[in-house]
Design a binder for this molecule. Structure first.
Ligand code: SF4
Ligand code: MG
Length: 281
């Protein structure tokens, strides 16, 4: 089988009646989705227990295209929806698939607290450094100096380094890959789906239509060249060093993989203690 055929999304996981999708030519969201599909296909998981939750934005459309139980929720609130589902039915495997603006700005508070509580879920954050669908506004990950529709003279704010934010908040698994690292991204998703706790995977992805047009990268090929030349793989790197400057190097790899009690385990301990006390009373 050729490489091209190997990376073609498997139709069995897509609601083909909803295609063609809305994503622009050269956008990277489809590649991230393809990696996710390949990961779940290889894992041969019980799809009845797998739920995908998205927020609003270009990446937020992922939930609607997947032939799985999925929720396209309100802006920034994918993580609270996923938390509720997990608490109601701990057997479910939760995946939140959304964009940088949705997860790190509007939903930023939910993101840090879900990491702190080590809630069992995998968050796949497609970071294209801008608000895409809503018109190209500056976002929480827009590098300093970048031009957006709301920063026509260049962004003067510092961006979030998402792996560092997640590490400081307590996430137990943190990885970052770009959409040219298809094999690594697929295996990171597979690894995250197989482990407990809060798993955060950042996917650096091109938005040629808005970010690219405003910053002299008007097509997907220019982004691919940038990702190819600018990516530096450093598995185990300190997330503190994973800042991304405008057109600067992009450190990728698996940064954190540690075990610590999950929210579910905490609840189980409390229930056990309560039962023991009841017996004594
Ligand atoms: Fe992708 Fe940008 Fe088009 Fe949205 S606006 S689909 S992020 S290229
Ligand atoms: Mg975005």
């Amino acid at each position: 089988m050729s490489t091209v055929l190997q990376i073609k999304p498997s139709e069995k996981f897509l609601r083909t009646e909803r295609l063609p999708h809305i994503w622009c030519p050269g956008c990277g969201i489809g590649s991230a989705l393809n990696c996710f599909i390949r990961a779940i296909d290889h894992l041969e998981m019980n799809l009845d227990k797998l739920i995908v939750v998205s927020g609003i934005g270009c990446t937020g459309r992922v939930a609607g295209y997947l032939k799985l139980d999925s929720f396209h929720t309100t802006h920034g609130r994918a993580i609270p929806f996923a938390t509720g589902l997990k608490l109601a039915n701990p057997e479910l495997k939760l995946v939140v698939f959304s964009g940088d603006g949705d997860l790190a700005s509007i939903g930023g508070n939910h993101l840090i607290h879900a990491a702190r509580r080590n809630i069992d879920m995998t968050v796949i954050c497609v970071n294209n450094f801008i608000y895409g669908m809503t018109g190209g506004q500056v976002g929480p990950t827009s590098p300093t100096q970048v031009r957006t529709t709301t920063t026509p003279y260049g962004n003067f704010e510092p961006p979030f380094n998402l792996p560092y934010l997640m590490a400081a908040s307590g996430a137990s698994y943190i990885a970052r890959w770009t959409i040219i690292h298809l094999t690594q991204l697929e295996s990171a998703i597979g690894e995250a789906l197989n482990r407990p706790g809060f798993n955060f995977i950042e996917v650096i992805s091109p938005c040629p239509t808005i970010y690219g047009r405003l910053n002299k990268k008007a097509n997907g090929v220019e982004f691919l060249r940038y990702f190819q030349q600018g990516s530096v793989t450093r598995n185990g790197a300190d997330p503190k060093e994973a800042d991304i400057e405008f057109n600067g190097p992009i450190i990728v790899g698996k940064f954190i993989d540690k075990k610590r009690p999950t929210l579910g385990e905490g609840f189980s301990q409390v229930l056990k203690k309560a039962a023991e006390r009841k017996k004594k009373d």
